[in-house]
Write a protein that binds this ligand. Structure first.
Ligand code: UN1
Length: 495
């Protein structure tokens, strides 16, 4: 069996040119070393881009439905390997096994969905303004795509990008997060085993310098990035100056609005899953609970009892609800925000510390934390914490709830719990976000629906669903004149 703890360039597993490596460890059990992975540099990126450029010549000419067959094979391989892949994902990035299985399932769904879209890469046929002339638009691939992803959905999110890219005839160079290199490598191995030809997908492991080399490489035509708003901004600057297409999925500060008529038991399940699933480390995590004053106290009583029952631990052990956070830097950032919240005058309802004792001492665990008495101007109400920290903001009306919900620089996901159909429909339009859930938490995107955010969350593109194909294709407009003479548009047909 191939050693996948390497780069994958032109169909070969290879070390970094420099021979340098970095260590990757299990965030729940530091004594468990996942492995050493290549610490790559610009030469490795260069080799990968060259391979992808060569492969583009044939891959882009293959009939799209034939590419779709290969995507479906990938779905089959991932289905066979779902459990073993999920185990390794949990081992290196921490979320519980049932969640990593969901992550793989999202990739499987994306494979079959993108595969089916290869038979539907529609253009338009449109009447011409002149006789005996035919107008249409067709889609063409862009070229080589640079794919840069985060560690929290180490399989699903790379496939959101690469499957539509490949379906449309592009090739790719993929840089996974340095906190999830093994998942990225196992994913690329599945591509290869399913029949993706050499050079079509290339993997370059390493830190931010690899991403920088990729974004600025002249052989990269488009970049798709998921990660922090700060890094996304820098990528956009580089892509802007080099005239490259770029799709950005960045931070969130996702609100859940709970109205006075909400079903509180339903809300409770939604909060636990939305705020503490994936240890709050989703760009879609529920990080603000904006709750009507009439149900505020009752809701918090329910929440305290249930949140205290959440079981922390290593996600490959049985009965674990919440895993660790990803690394030491995350511990510092999250506990730093907890201190900020206390200084700002918010009250810690539960949690508020590192979780310690027994096996937890061998990992990066933080107690699920709920702040009450938060007001909209506090930093814990405005900034992305990316951890298991929920800020509760009390409001007196629907209008106030929406105003608070919209009063942040981000706009990815959002939710409202109400039985009132009028408010539900108003919220669909009033909340400034790319996604709104009615009577569900802020997480749970499905592969065949557009995914993305407004304001500082994104730059106008969507992943997932049918819209992502607009990002991964160029429109070519075609005019066919079968009149047998020169026809001048705007002139021959207008006096
Ligand atoms: C992310 O956090 O980057 O809707 C993606 C959800 C998941 C995807 C999250 N299906 O929360």
């Amino acid at each position: 069996m191939a050693d996948v703890k390497k780069n994958f360039i032109n169909g070969q597993w290879v070390d970094a040119t420099s021979g340098d490596t970095f260590k990757n460890i299990n965030p729940a059990r530091h004594s468990d070393v996942v492995g050493d992975f290549p610490s790559s540099g610009p030469e490795d990126v260069d080799n990968a881009v060259q391979a992808a450029r060569d492969a583009f010549k044939t891959w882009s000419k293959m009939p799209a439905p034939a590419r779709g067959d290969i995507l479906r094979n990938i779905g089959d391989v991932l289905t066979e390997r779902k459990d073993e892949l999920a185990f390794e994902m949990t081992r290196e990035m921490g979320k519980p096994f049932f969640e990593t299985k969901g992550d793989v399932q999202e990739a499987i769904d994306t494979a079959y969905y993108a595969g089916s879209e290869t038979r539907r890469l529609f253009g338009h046929t449109v009447p011409s303004e002149l006789p005996n002339k035919f107008n249409m638009s067709i889609r063409r691939p862009i070229g080589v795509c640079g794919i840069i992803t985060a560690w929290n959905f180490p399989v699903a999110v790379p496939t959101w990008k690469m499957f539509p890219a490949l379906a449309a005839g592009n090739t790719a160079v993929f840089k996974p997060s340095e906190d999830a290199p093994h998942s990225g490598a196992l994913l690329v191995k599945a591509f290869h085993d399913a029949g993706v030809p050499e050079g079509v997908v290339n993997l370059v492991q390493g830190a931010g310098a690899v991403g920088e080399a990729l974004v600025s490489h002249p052989g990269i035509d488009a970049v798709s990035f998921t990660g922090s708003t700060e890094t996304g901004g820098k990528i956009a600057e580089t892509c802007g100056s080099l005239h490259k297409r770029v799709s950005l999925e960045m931070g969130g500060k996702n609100p859940m609005i709970v109205m006075d008529d909400a079903d509180l038991e339903l809300v409770l399940d939604g909060i636990l899953w939305g705020a503490f699933g994936t240890t709050g480390q989703r760009c879609t995590a529920t990080s603000r609970l904006i709750i009507h004053k009439a149900v505020h106290d009752e809701m918090l009583d329910l929440l305290v009892a249930a949140a205290n029952d959440l079981r922390l631990g290593y996600g490959n052990d049985d009965n674990v609800d919440v895993g660790p956070v990803i690394n030491e830097k995350a511990v510092t950032k999250i506990t730093g925000y907890i201190d900020i919240g206390k200084k700002e005058g918010a009250k810690v309802l539960i949690g508020g510390k590192r979780a310690e004792g027994g096996d937890l001492d061998d990992g990066w665990f933080i107690q699920p934390t709920i702040f009450t008495g938060v007001n909209r101007d506090m930093r814990i109400a405005r900034e992305e914490i990316f951890g298991p920290v929920l800020s509760v903001i009390k409001v007196g009306s629907y209008d106030e709830a929406v105003e608070v919900a919209n009063d942040v620089p981000y706009g990815l996901s959002s939710s409202i719990y109400t039985q009132d159909v009028t408010l539900a429909f108003r919220a669909m339009h009033d909340i400034e976000a790319g996604i709104t859930y009615i009577n569900g938490p802020t997480i749970g995107a499905e592969a065949h629906m557009p995914f993305g955010g407004v304001k500082q969350t994104g730059n106008g593109h969507r992943e997932g669903g049918w819209e992502v194909f607009d990002f991964y294709t160029e429109t070519k407009t075609v005019y066919v004149d079968y009149s047998g003479k020169l026809q001048k548009a705007q002139i021959d047909n207008v006096d």
